[in-house]
Design a protein around this ligand. Structure first.
Ligand SMILES: Cc1ncc(COP(=O)(O)O)c(C=O)c1O
Length: 410
């Protein structure tokens, strides 16, 4: 019955399938360690929920909760997001960017691919990545080429990205690059200022040579990096230097920063030096949103905008998000110190929900770990540990076991 292209459509995401196996087993036996879920859990093993969000939720009117919202998002939501995203650089960007609400960062990514690549075009994706990018591209009849995320020193591999971009440039009139930064999923890598600066220099060069360049900056985990460079959004300030022919799209996720995973709220933010590029950004993305999901939840947008636009609530929320990032940082530090103790190699982790362990045998390692009641995600050439969903006590237990099993297979 399916149309020809749809015959290939099967969600093979390990994260969903293996995540639900782990969830079921943990329900039956609480000693199972479920390190698969990309949601934040507290040290008591319960989902972390922001008090500030619950406080606003209790005060929302029925209209604010359940009425339809404008497809592009409410004015308050758009304004609030600009404030939250750009922080002290708000004045610099407030009149030169366009915000379009989407159901989660997923909606922002999906619209970016639909509207900025032609059918048959390929996007440039990092070699370690959140697999859903590929699925979204397939949905649009588009493809991808991977650039190596890391060079031999474990740093951002701009040279490989350049090489792949020049190759692609031979066959298409535009280059769409996805970077997931900071706290990259799955590695936890965060680009240093110099790496970001060099990336922008390259993008500008490419644009000046006549290629249209779209940088899709997936910043789903931006609020979990404790480094002041990210806290102060110094990385985003650099976008003031982009040239004509460059469009930057920030893909914001309300799931991660505000813990609103199931409420589906996010946004895409277009940054360009050309007014027409921003006008067409609004027009085409509104069209796509309307045709794919109609609009984003009013409740989600109101929760976020009320917090950001109210100084007292914002202060409370900032304390909570700082608590979460510090907790993740503590878990990561414990994991890293035990990894050194047990000689367990890690890819270059800096911060965030996930870290990765390189291996050529991810599935064998996964299966052996399951026997030890430890659930992690096998990926291409690595296994992904989710720090957000495990406790310090579980980390103490799991690292020596992982180290033993990795040694057995490497
Ligand atoms: C790297 C990355 N980007 C984007 C998303 C999208 O999340 P959502 O659509 O829930 O905002 C996720 C979700 O796990 C992710 O890991």
């Amino acid at each position: 019955m399916l149309a020809n292209r749809s015959l290939e459509k099967e969600d093979k995401s390990n994260i969903i399938t293996l995540g639900s196996i782990a969830k079921k087993l943990k329900r039956e036996d609480p000693t199972v360690i479920n390190s698969t879920i990309g949601m934040m859990y507290d040290e008591d093993g319960k989902l972390f929920v922001f008090d500030s969000i619950n406080k606003v939720l209790a005060e929302l009117s029925n209209e604010e909760k359940f009425a339809y919202a404008p497809t592009e998002g409410t004015k308050d939501f758009q304004e609030a997001l600009k404030k939250w995203l750009f922080k002290s650089h708000y004045e610099l960007f407030k009149d030169n960017v366009v915000v379009s609400a989407t159901p989660g960062g997923s909606g922002a990514l999906s619209n970016s691919f639909s509207n900025y690549l032609n059918e048959g075009d390929k996007a440039l994706l990092p070699s370690f990545m959140w697999g859903n990018y590929k699925q979204m591209l397939y949905e649009n009849n588009q493809g991808h080429v991977c650039y190596d995320l890391f060079d031999e020193y474990g740093c951002f591999n701009l040279e490989d990205l350049k090489k792949k971009a020049y190759e692609l440039k031979k066959t298409q009139d535009r280059i769409l690059i996805v970077v997931n930064d900071p706290c990259q999923n799955p590695t936890g890598y965060s680009m240093r200022q110099i790496e970001f600066r060099n990336l922008i220099v390259f993008i500008n060069e490419l644009a000046e040579s006549g290629t249209k360049v779209i940088l899709v900056h997936d910043l789903a985990y931006q609020d979990f990096d404790v480094n002041p460079y990210f806290v102060n959004r110094s990385n985003l300030e650099l976008y003031d230097n982009i040239k004509k022919n460059v469009l930057v799209i920030l893909a914001f996720s309300g799931s991660k920063s505000f813990g609103l995973y199931g409420l589906r709220v996010g946004a895409m933010v277009g940054i360009s030096k050309e007014k027409e590029v921003l006008e067409e950004f609004s027009k085409a993305n509104k069209f796509s949103s309307r045709s794919k999901w109609s609009n984003t939840t009013n409740m989600g947008m109101n929760l976020i905008s009320k917090i950001i636009l109210d100084d007292k609530l914002l202060e409370k929320y900032v304390k909570e998000i700082n608590y979460v990032s510090n907790l993740l940082n503590d878990r990561a530090n414990l994991f890293k110190s035990l990894a050194i103790k047990y000689s367990l190699p890690l890819l270059n982790y800096k911060s965030g929900f996930f870290l990765t362990i390189p291996t050529d045998h991810p599935w064998e390692v996964y299966e052996d770990l399951v026997k030890e009641k430890i659930h992690i995600i096998p990926m291409d050439k690595c296994i992904r540990v989710t720090l957000s969903s495990i406790t310090m006590v579980e980390i103490e237990k799991m690292v020596p076991v992982i180290a033993k099993i990795i040694k057995l297979h490497n």
